[in-house]
Structures are given as structure tokens and as C-alpha cells.
Design a protein around this ligand. Structure first.
Ligand SMILES: Cc1cc2nc3c(=O)[nH]c(=O)nc-3n(C[C@H](O)[C@H](O)[C@H](O)COP(=O)(O)OP(=O)(O)OC[C@H]3O[C@@H](n4cnc5c(N)ncnc54)[C@H](O)[C@@H]3O)c2cc1C
Ligand code: FES
Length: 280
């Protein structure tokens, strides 16, 4: 069963949980995700596998409370059982030993999914330069884990409260201005607008960039079509063809528009849940 073994609150809205899930831990590879349902009659929530231990049989999820289901999950405690926990889903990251450096960029909650990929690339003997960023120092997560998973770590915050002041794509551009010849591959994970900006920077220097897309998902098995995205002019299902794609081919504007399509219903679901649970 998927029992919550450990729960930590990392900021006002960000939580980490270790979930007992031996089979998922055994089979999981960097870049994959799970879909959980917190409680019976709840909604499906796709979350990236941020870390796992095959020996101890756990999977780590790191999530931000953005609506009803993530709020419901955040209110569960150590010892509670999740109603459903399915995975690993999606295609693993295509990792290899590159001759040049790899740059890993994690923005906000995107630091959680970039971590296992950076760790795997470093284990393969790569020179991993990671750039992690958040709006402010309080929201910066997994700095120690990213330090361990990287050869070099650069921290940036929008307000300059920690590390360099500015967006991660600005740091990427600075780095590419001096180092582009030594860089073989870039990964960027975070809000679509950040991945779009990083892709623009990578394109300027003609460098390949991989992004991980987070459209709304329902079944996670390629059957419902909810997660369709346009990549290179073709329709792809992020749950089975991705979630990672060549950033230069992604239609980010369509992705962002599709993510917003249920805003009103999501707001209503959150209000109803809060009223039912007596939350402010
Ligand atoms: C492959 C993948 C990996 C992800 N990994 C992480 C992660 O590691 N950590 C994390 O915090 N978030 C992650 N997300 C996003 C997370 O799934 C959503 O934030 C969550 O489902 C929101 O549910 P909600 O009911 O709390 O919010 P809602 O109020 O329902 O929605 C808030 C916003 O979340 C998005 N969303 C809503 N439902 C879904 C859904 N079923 N699938 C995807 N997005 C949805 C929409 O853009 C929506 O605008 C991932 C999404 C995908 C597709
Ligand atoms: S979530 Fe249904 S096809 Fe991808």
C-alpha cells in the first residue's frame, strides 16, 4: 500500500513526502512520474518522482499546493494511506555520457523533477552545471541535494535574496555567452513560461534543450487525450510520448492556454473543499 512514511513542509506551499511504494521504487528511472489519488472520490494528481530508494522501497514526491487536490494531499499525515499511487509512468530521460558539459535548470517546484536527472547524469560521469532558481530565498528547495547531484551549482532568485539576482534563463544566457562551445545538452524544468524563455536562449546559441511538459493529465496511459501537446507540428501525448520533449519544437503558447482552460472549475472545486473542511 502507498503509506506516507515521512512528511516535511519546506515553505508555506511546498511539501515533500516519502511514500512506501516498493514496486514503483524498483522500476523508476529519472524523468518519470506517478499519478496518485489522495482519498477516495479524489482527483488524479500527476507528480514527478523526485527521488527513490530501491533498497528501502520508497518514492519521494515534492509538490506545491495550487488547488483542491494538492491541498487535500498536504493535509494528509505520516501513517496515512493514499487511495491510489500508480507508476512509474512516462518515458525515462535519455541520459548518456556526453563529452561536453550538461546544464540543468530547475525553476521553482521544477527543481524537484530536475534533481533525479542531474543525479543520474553525474553518476554517468558527466560534468553537470546546475542552475536553480526561485522567486525568493524562502521558496528555494533542495539546494543541498542539488549541490550533491551537480559538479557546479548556481543559485538565482528573482529578488536577489539569495545567489544571483534575476531569472534562471538570464543566468543560462550568461553562461552560454562564455561556455557555449563546451556545452552538449541543456535540460530545463519549471513553469512553461520559464521553459519557453530558456528555449529561446538555447536557440540563440544553437544548443539542444530538453523540457518536461506538465499539461493537465487524466488517465496517464495515452487513452483520454487530455495531455495532448503540439511538438514539431505533430500531436503528442505528454503522458506516454513524454513528459520530456525537444524544447525547440514545443508549442508553449498552446500548452499555457490549455493549462488555463478549467481555471473557473478549479477555483470552484477549491472553494467547495475549503467550505466543506471549514478552512479559511
Ligand atoms: C508529468 C507531470 C509532473 C508533475 N510534477 C509535479 C511535481 O513534481 N510537483 C508539483 O508540485 N506539481 C507537479 N505537476 C503539476 C501537478 O500535477 C498539478 O499542480 C496538480 O495536479 C494540481 O491539482 P490541484 O487539484 O491541486 O489544482 P487545480 O486547482 O485542479 O489546478 C491548478 C493548476 O494545476 C494544473 N492541473 C490541474 N489538474 C491537473 C492534472 N490532473 N494534471 C496536471 N496538471 C493539472 C492546471 O494547470 C491548473 O491550472 C506535474 C504535472 C505533470 C503533468
Ligand atoms: S493523460 Fe490521458 S492521454 Fe495522457
Amino acid at each position: 500500500m502507498a503509506r506516507i512514511l515521512k512528511k516535511e513542509q519546506w515553505s508555506d506551499t511546498i511539501f515533500s513526502m516519502l511514500i512506501e511504494a516498493k514496486d514503483v521504487a524498483k522500476a523508476s528511472k529519472a524523468g518519470q512520474f506517478i499519478i496518485l489519488i489522495p482519498k477516495e472520490h479524489g482527483e488524479r494528481v500527476p507528480l514527478t518522482i523526485a527521488d527513490s530508494s530501491k533498497d528501502e522501497g520508497w518514492v519521494q514526491i515534492v509538490f506545491q499546493v495550487v488547488g483542491k487536490s494538492t491541498l487535500e494531499l498536504s493535509r494528509m499525515n505520516e501513517g496515512d494511506e493514499l487511495y491510489s499511487f500508480v507508476g512509474p509512468l512516462g518515458m525515462p530521460s535519455e541520459v548518456e555520457k556526453f563529452s561536453g558539459k550538461v546544464i540543468m535548470i530547475g525553476g521553482g517546484i521544477g527543481i524537484a523533477p530536475i534533481h533525479p536527472i542531474a543525479k543520474t547524469l553525474k553518476d554517468l560521469g558527466n560534468h553537470v552545471v546546475s542552475i536553480i532558481g526561485a522567486r525568493t530565498a524562502d521558496l528555494l528547495i533542495m539546494e543541498d541535494k542539488m549541490k550533491e547531484a551537480s559538479t557546479e551549482l548556481i543559485v538565482a532568485t528573482d529578488d536577489g535574496s539569495k545567489g544571483k539576482k534575476g531569472f534562471v534563463n538570464m543566468v543560462l544566457e550568461e553562461l552560454l555567452a562564455t561556455e557555449a562551445d563546451n556545452v552538449d545538452r541543456i535540460w530545463a524544468i519549471g513553469p512553461p513560461i520559464m521553459m519557453k524563455a530558456c528555449t529561446e536562449s538555447a536557440k540563440k546559441f544553437n544548443k539542444p534543450i530538453i523540457v518536461s511538459l506538465n499539461p493537465i493529465m487524466v488517465d496517464g496511459t495515452g487513452m483520454c487525450g487530455a495531455c495532448r501537446v503540439t511538438v514539431g507540428g505533430k500531436t503528442k501525448f505528454a503522458c506516454v510520448d513524454g513528459p520530456e520533449f525537444d524544447g525547440a519544437l514545443v508549442d508553449f503558447d498552446e500548452l499555457m492556454a490549455r493549462q488555463r482552460q478549467y481555471k473557473e472549475q478549479e477555483q470552484k472545486a477549491l472553494e467547495l473543499y475549503k467550505a466543506k473542511e471549514g478552512l479559511a
